[in-house]
Write a protein that binds this ligand. Structure first.
Ligand code: BES
Ligand code: MN
Ligand code: ZN
Length: 488
C-alpha cells in the first residue's frame, strides 16, 4: 500500500484528488475550520439526524457540490487521540467496503496536533481494511483495491506525518505477513513452510537466514524442543534470522517466537471444541517474522536476531508421555507432566541458544497459556519480566503502537509450583496463576539474559465470526526495537 501525505489547508482539503474523501470529526461538535463546501452539508446532516456527533458514528454523503472526490464520508472520533482516530477511521473504511475505491484521501478535521501517531493509526486502519485472507479460499474473490491513501495535513505537521506514515507502512507490511502466515491452516503452514517463508523474507528484505533440521537440532542438544517435535511426522525446524543494521560487534536484540504450527496437546490431548484455533499457535513466530520485515524495510540501525523453534505437537506412538524426563540445552532436566504445556519446552532451548549472541535484550513472544486469556482477555498481551527498564520500554512501545500489553508479576514465590521429584523442574504447576507459572518456567532459562516474555494467547487472533490472526504484537515489537535505536 502506498501512503502519502499532502500539505493542504482546510479549504484546499475539499479539492483533493481521490476516489473518496474521508473526513474524521473529533469531539462532539463540528469544527469551525471546516471549509464551506463541507460545513453546509454536514450541518444539514446533523440537523436532519443523519449524522450523530457520537463516537463510532459515520455518514456516507455521496457526491457533494464543491468537493472534488466523487464521494465524501464522515466518521466521528471520541476525541483527537490516535486511538480514537483509528477507531473512527476503521468505522469510516467499513462503510466504503466493496465500493472498489483505490485512492482514499483523509482529512482529520478538528484534531489538534496531528502527528506521527495519527499517521500511523491511519496506516493500521487502512492496512486492516485492505487485508483479505484468500490463500485457501478462492471464493473470497479479488483482494480489496484500496492501494493508495493520502493524509491531508497542515504544513507544520508534514514532517511528523511523513515519518509516521513511513513507520506505519512498514508495520502494516509486517502485520500483514504475520496475519497471512498465522491464518494459513496447519496442513499448509507446516514447520517446513514456515522455514521456507523465512527464507523468502530473507531474500526479499535482505536478511541473513539459517535453517536447522532435526539432525542439527539434535547435535545442538535441544532435548526439550525435540521432545515436543518427536510425536509428529512433520520434521521440526530451528530458524535463525539476522537483520544487520549496526556494527558487527553491536549487541543485538533477540526476538524468540513460539512456532507450534498445530497444537493438539499431544498425549495430554485437547478437547475437540475450537481445537482448529491451535493452528494460530505459531502466532509468536509469525510476529517475529513480521517485526523483522518491518525493521528491515525501515533499515533500522540496530542488530536484530529472530529465533524460531517450530514443530507440531501431536500424539503418536513416538510422542513424549506425561512423566517423561528430558534434558534441555541448558543442561537442566524437565519432567513433562503435561504434554500440552509444550510452548515453554520449545522456547526454553531457543532462549538458551540466545545466550551465544550476548544480546542487549531478549524478548520471547508466545501464544503460551489459556490462563493469560482468562487474566487479561483480548485487549492487552501479558508482559512478564523481572527487568523494570524492559517493562517500561515494552509497555511504552505497546501504547505507542496501539498494541498494548500489561505487566504481570514474576515473584520468586510463584516458582515453587514447578518443583519435581524426578527432574530439576516440572513443566506445569497447579491451575492457579497458570500464565505466571509458564513465565517462571522460562525465567529459569534466562538468568544470564536481560529478558522479557509476551504472552499473546489472547491477542494474536480473534475467534468467532471475525476469526483470524491480528498480526499482534508486530507493532509493539517494532516500536520497542526502534526505541532501542534512539536510546543510543
Ligand atoms: N497453545 C496453548 C495455549 C492456548 C490455549 C492459547 C488456548 C490460546 C487458547 C498452550 O500450548 C497450552 O496448551 N497451554 C496449556 C498449559 C497448561 C497445560 C498448563 C493451557 O493453557 O491450557
Ligand atoms: Mn499446548
Ligand atoms: Zn501451544
Amino acid at each position: 500500500m502506498d501512503f502519502r501525505n499532502q500539505v493542504t489547508t482546510a479549504n484546499a482539503a475539499a479539492r483533493a484528488e481521490a476516489d473518496a474523501l474521508l473526513v474524521v470529526i473529533a469531539g462532539h461538535r463540528l469544527p469551525t475550520t471546516l471549509p464551506r463546501v463541507l460545513a453546509q452539508p454536514l450541518e444539514a446532516a446533523v440537523k436532519q439526524g443523519d449524522l450523530a456527533l457520537k463516537p463510532g458514528r459515520s455518514w456516507f454523503a455521496g457526491r457533494l457540490a464543491g468537493v472534488k472526490a466523487p464521494r465524501t464520508l464522515v466518521a466521528v472520533a471520541a476525541d483527537g487521540s490516535a486511538r480514537a482516530v483509528k477507531a473512527a477511521l476503521a468505522q469510516g473504511l467499513s462503510t466504503i467496503k466493496g465500493l472498489g475505491i483505490k485512492h482514499l484521501a483523509v482529512w482529520l478535521a478538528g484534531v489538534d496536533g496531528v502527528g506521527d501517531a495519527h499517521a500511523e493509526a491511519l496506516t493500521a486502519a487502512a492496512g486492516d481494511a485492505a487485508y483479505l485472507y484468500r490463500h485457501t479460499k478462492p471464493s473470497a474473490g479479488p483482494a480489496p483495491r484500496l492501494s493508495k491513501v493520502t493524509l491531508l495535513c497542515a504544513a507544520e505537521s508534514a514532517a511528523a506525518v511523513a515519518q509516521g506514515l513511513r513507520r506505519g507502512a512498514a508495520i502494516v507490511a509486517g502485520v500483514t505477513l504475520a496475519r497471512e502466515l498465522a491464518n494459513r491452516p496447519g496442513n499448509h503452514c507446516t514447520p517446513t513452510h514456515l522455514a521456507e517463508q523465512a527464507q523468502a523474507l530473507a531474500r526479499s528484505a535482505g536478511l541473513k537466514v539459517e535453517v536447522f533440521g532435526r539432525k542439527e537440532i539434535e547435535k545442538l542438544g535441544m532435548g526439550s524442543f525435540l521432545a515436543v517435535a518427536q510425536g509428529s511426522e512433520e520434521p521440526p525446524r530451528f530458524i535463525v534470522l539476522r537483520h544487520q543494521g549496526a556494527g558487527t560487534h553491536d549487541a543485538p536484540v533477540v526476538l524468540v517466537g513460539k512456532g507450534i504450527t498445530f497444537d493438539t496437546g499431544g498425549i495430554s490431548i485437547k478437547p475437540a471444541g475450537e481445537m482448529d484455533e491451535m493452528k494460530f499457535d505459531m502466532g509468536g513466530a509469525a510476529s517475529v517474522l513480521g517485526a523483522l520485515c518491518a525493521l528491515a524495510q525501515l533499515k533500522a540501525k540496530i542488530n536484530v536476531i529472530g529465533l524460531i523453534p517450530t514443530c507440531e505437537n501431536m500424539p503418536s506412538g513416538r510422542a513424549v508421555k506425561p512423566g517423561d524426563v528430558v534434558t534441555s540445552l541448558s543442561g537442566q532436566t524437565i519432567e513433562i507432566l503435561n504434554t500440552d504445556a509444550e510452548g515453554r519446552l520449545i522456547l526454553c532451548d531457543a532462549l538458551t541458544y540466545a545466550e551465544r549472541f550476548k544480546p542487549q535484550a531478549v524478548i520471547d513472544i508466545a501464544t503460551l497459556t489459556g490462563a493469560c486469556v482468562i487474566a487479561l482477555g483480548h485487549h492487552r498481551s501479558g508482559l512478564f519480566t523481572p527487568d523494570d527498564t524492559l517493562a517500561t520500554q515494552l509497555s511504552t512501545a505497546g501504547d505507542r503502537a496501539l498494541d498494548p500489553c500489561w505487566r504481570m508479576p514474576v515473584d520468586a514465590e510463584y516458582d515453587e509450583a514447578l518443583k519435581s521429584n524426578f527432574a530439576d523442574m516440572a513443566n506445569v504447576g497447579p491451575r492457579a496463576g497458570g500464565a505466571i507459572t509458564a513465565a517462571m518456567f522460562l525465567k529459569r532459562f534466562t538468568a544470564k539474559l536481560p529478558w522479557a516474555h509476551l504472552d499473546v494467547a489472547g491477542t494474536a487472533w480473534r475467534s468467532g465470526a471475525q476469526k483470524g490472526a491480528t498480526g499482534r504484537p508486530v507493532g509493539l515489537l517494532t516500536h520497542f526495537v526502534l526505541g532501542r535505536v534512539a536510546d543510543r
